[in-house]
Design a protein around this ligand. Structure first.
Ligand code: SF4
Ligand code: FES
Length: 248
């Protein structure tokens, strides 16, 4: 396949960026999107030009770092896949592909296609954990009965990889889907109930402090989420938040 790539190039966080056009040839359908970018970068390096900087790590859909806005969609046109799992067979010979970083005030661009998503780390640090007594009397988590439905729902919420596609998909750049997945993961388990009140209040407060917008109620986040995190989690977080506020 022959393609035309329009890629966001930006030297650093303070300079203005722009879309630059790069023709690329010999792209095969079996290549992943990142492998296609590797080929482009090899060509740029051979010509003495600066390669395009993009985030990646596991290349297996686990780490959540390969976050790209492809033709206006976070992680591109396929469903339930990350950019590293997106195959070039989703595109046609002669296509033009626009590749941009995730756009959100809380995700400032560092360089080219890399954004700073440390706002997510700070939301996690605000309450995305449980405290366990490790004095020698620790109860094995597996001895605490959990009903199957709650265990499954908690596990589903825990599959959020923190990629930020939900934020990039939302017209308000809301982080509700991410935060609600992290709240739900613990709210559904007995081990998570002990700190449940302060967790939801602190995580939502941090989310607001980072500059993420309100939920737009459009459901775009759920559609673009590569892990299928459900809007149910947002409803659960809202219930948790209301009950925590009333207690406070
Ligand atoms: S909820 Fe989905 S889209 Fe949002 S950070 Fe988690 S995995 Fe990514
Ligand atoms: S590189 Fe880890 S999810 Fe894509």
């Amino acid at each position: 396949m022959k393609l035309t790539l329009k890629i966001w190039r930006q030297k650093n966080a303070t300079t203005k960026g722009e879309l630059k056009t790069y023709p690329i040839d010999g792209v095969e359908g079996d290549m992943s999107f990142l492998e296609m970018l590797d080929v482009l970068n090899e060509g740029l390096i051979n010509k003495g030009e600066e390669p395009v900087v993009f985030d990646h790590d596991c290349r297996e859909g686990i780490c959540g770092s390969c976050s790209l806005q492809i033709n206006g969609e976070p992680h591109g046109p396929d469903r339930l896949v990350t950019t590293c799992q997106l195959h070039m067979r989703m595109f046609n010979d002669g296509d033009t592909i626009v590749i941009e970083p995730f756009r959100a005030k809380a995700f400032p661009v560092i360089k080219d296609l890399v954004v700073d998503r440390s706002a997510f780390d700070r939301i996690q640090q605000a309450g995305g954990y449980i405290s366990v007594n490790t004095s020698g009397n620790t109860v094995d988590a597996n001895t605490i009965p959990v009903n199957k439905h709650d265990a499954d729902e908690s596990f589903n919420a825990a599959t959020c990889i923190g990629c930020g596609a939900c934020v990039a998909a939302c017209k308000n750049a809301s982080a509700m889907l991410f935060t609600s997945a992290k709240v739900s993961q613990f709210a559904l388990l007995p081990q998570g109930r002990i700190e449940a009140t302060e967790r939801v209040l602190n995580m939502v407060a941090q989310m607001d402090k980072e500059g993420f917008g309100n939920c737009s109620n459009t459901g775009a986040c759920e559609i673009e989420c590569p892990k299928g995190i459900s809007l149910e989690n947002i409803a659960r977080m809202n219930r948790e938040y209301l009950s925590a506020s009333l207690k406070g």
